[in-house]
Design a protein around this ligand. Structure first.
Ligand SMILES: [Zn+2]
Length: 177
């Protein structure tokens, strides 16, 4: 059975999220939504986002969007005090564990990053963001693409971000059909 898709960007135009120098998590994940959108549109897949007219809408809007779609992914960057912390992880309920692992692997393969948690999946209770609403109320998955606080993770992203978007879009397209 085909599933409806939503992709949303963590944080908002007024909340930068994690920061590394001039780079903000909010800008990176908004970029990710735009790039994934390109591939979904190209494949003729209908989807919703929370980015409207170049504005990354706040979490309350993202939760509403997540709730009315079968698969909802919100993109974030991880951050830690140690610049050595690295890897990709996807937070989701037990129900979405296989999909979470599939997306984490797709990203990890492109960026050559460690899969954190259980094959890239972590339960909704773990992690540092106020993300419970998106998962428990919205039924969505929180995709922590890489560590913005790790210069190596960040440079891999800069070099390969379109390939990351393509890989994630391919997973979504597979499930949307
Ligand atoms: Zn975040």
């Amino acid at each position: 059975m085909s599933k409806s898709i939503a992709i949303t960007a963590g944080h908002s135009s007024t909340d930068p999220g994690a920061v590394n120098g001039k780079r903000t998590e909010a800008q990176i994940v908004q970029d990710m939504v735009k790039m994934v959108s390109v591939y979904l549109e190209r494949a003729g897949i209908d989807f919703e986002t929370d980015v409207e007219d170049g504005v990354n809408q706040p979490l309350a809007k993202a939760i509403k969007v997540a709730k009315r779609n079968d698969i909802a992914m919100e993109f974030h960057c991880n951050a830690a005090a140690s610049s050595k912390a690295t890897g990709v992880e996807v937070l989701a309920s037990e129900k979405h564990k296989p999909l979470a692992q599939e997306v984490a692997k797709a990203i990890g393969d492109v960026l050559d990053l460690t899969l954190r948690g259980v094959g890239g999946w972590k339960s909704e209770g773990s992690g540092q963001h106020s993300r419970l609403g998106f998962i428990s109320t919205g039924g969505g998955l929180i995709v922590e693409l890489f560590f913005i606080s790790n210069p190596s993770d960040l440079s891999k992203w800069d070099a390969k971000k379109w390939l990351v978007a393509k890989a994630v879009a391919e997973v979504l397209i597979k499930h949307a059909r």
